[in-house]
Design a protein around this ligand. Structure first.
Ligand code: KE4
Length: 423
């Protein structure tokens, strides 16, 4: 019996998160037993250069000794108090130093919790019910946000999940990402009813799409004009595309920001925060309730704080950006040599590639029209060459500080072989 069949006997779908199930690429998921630096090690003995990095957190590489030491040292003194500890204040100060648009924040345990809480806060603070999101963007699996969502929902072909009451879903307006006309029309029609707009400022869940020039600026202006709260969901882009996230890269000031992944360094930690005046509406100061047994637990805080502190190394992002840009140029050159249309994107340590001759890819429709079959063949070819990419055409990829230039070269050479074979 395979490990996957055994898991399926006791775990729904054999996985604890759907996108891991390889439904988007075919075959059975690979079970890992160890991860170190840029490498992951499978139960069956295979070793891979890893570009998933647990979907983003491992920006320093897996099990970095300093992060592990911080976890071990802190765990010795207790795993969770259910009461304040100084580490919570320290990581909050660090996050605010890195993202000064955040004046106050609240720690939670997952990106889903962060965005769910931010939506409730926006609704409670404004007294409005409607929210706007964009088709293909994924903000975790809370009810109001599982409408035309990306990531695993898109991979499995169920972007709008059953189980979300129509009476709730009707308050979620979904617009095409990067479509300024549709955005302006929605605000013309309903602007003063919109509590918030939540957006991945650079998307990573319908693959990686940067905003078209002016789109985020228009979104910022429309939210300000209608007193709607602009939420940047930076669970993936935070500290990934730049030290200060997409809001630093794009020069846009959101009212609220949600964070996850890197902020916990691989431990369950996430956050939402922003203008003090808005955060004042969150309990216990304000009436909007939000809570969590393990929110701010010392071990996750220690992992996150060490991870964030290590981002301060001079040249950290220059090096990460250069390695990731080199990887994507290598993929593009290899695809061109093989005569296979490929569009690539990259920002900081995040990248995306889409098999399409319609590049640059800027809309959900273009992503939906991409060549999934070639992606599947490429994914499995790269597995055979010891390279582990995200098992879905709708995900982004990640490079860590632990990836060496030689490993980038090896990956590019593998891509060239695989694409030549596909051609
Ligand atoms: P979590 O609840 O999975 O910690 O975070 C949800 C979330 C929120 N916002 C953005 C922009 C996200 O990318 C995510 C989670 N990302 C997916 C991968 N694209 C997590 C992987 C998974 O679902 O297993």
């Amino acid at each position: 019996m395979s490990l996957y069949s055994s898991a399926r006997e006791v775990i729904a779908g054999g996985v604890n998160s759907p996108v891991r199930a390889f439904a988007g690429v075919g075959g059975e998921p690979i079970f890992f037993k160890k991860a170190k630096g840029s490498r992951v090690f499978a139960e069956d003995g295979r070793e891979f250069i890893d570009y998933v990095g647990s979907w983003g957190p491992m920006i320093h590489g897996h099990s970095h000794p300093d992060v592990i030491q911080a976890v071990v040292d802190t765990a010795q003194n207790g795993l969770s108090f259910g009461a304040p500890c100084v580490l919570e204040t320290e990581i909050a100060r660090k996050i605010i130093k890195l993202m000064p648009n955040i004046e106050r924040l609240r720690m939670v345990s997952s990106g889903t919790e962060a965005t769910m809480s931010a939506i409730r806060l926006a609704r409670g603070h404004t007294g409005r019910d409607r929210i706007i999101k964009f088709e293909g963007c994924y903000h975790g699996h809370s009810d109001s946000l599982l409408i035309k969502a990306g990531s695993g929902a898109l991979t499995l072909g169920v972007p709008s999940s059953p189980g979300v009451p129509a009476g709730l879903a009707e308050h979620t307006i979904t617009l095409p990402f990067n479509d300024e006309a549709a955005l302006k029309q929605a605000f013309d029609d309903l602007g003063d009813e919109v509590a918030c707009v939540i957006v991945e400022p650079i998307t990573g869940n319908m693959n990686m799409l940067p905003p078209r020039d002016g789109f985020m600026e228009t979104l910022r202006e429309l939210c300000s004009a209608h007193d709607s709260i602009l939420i940047f969901d930076e669970v993936m882009t935070g500290f990934r595309v730049a030290r200060g996230g997409a809001q630093e890269l794009l020069g846009i000031k959101p009212d609220l920001t949600t964070l996850g992944k890197i902020v916990g360094g691989g431990m369950p930690a996430a956050a939402f925060g922003g203008k003090a005046g808005i955060m004042a509406s969150i309990a216990p100061d304000g009436p909007v309730y939000q809570a969590g047994t393990l929110s701010g637990n010392p071990v996750a805080m220690a992992a996150g704080l060490k991870t964030l502190d290590m981002l301060d190394q001079p040249g950290f992002y220059e090096s990460l950006n250069a390695k990731t840009a080199k990887l994507m140029k290598g993929f593009a050159d290899a695809a061109s040599d093989a005569g296979i249309p490929l569009a690539v994107e990259q920002a900081g340590g995040m990248f995306g590639f889409i098999f399409s001759d319609d590049g640059p890819i800027r809309s959900y429709d273009q992503v939906a029209a991409a060549d999934i079959e070639t992606f599947k063949a490429f994914f499995h070819g790269m597995i055979d060459h010891g390279i582990y990419l995200a098992p879905s055409a709708f995900e982004a990829g990640f490079v860590s500080a632990a990836h060496t230039d030689d490993e980038i070269d090896t990956t590019i050479a593998a891509a060239a072989d695989v694409l030549k074979a596909i051609a």
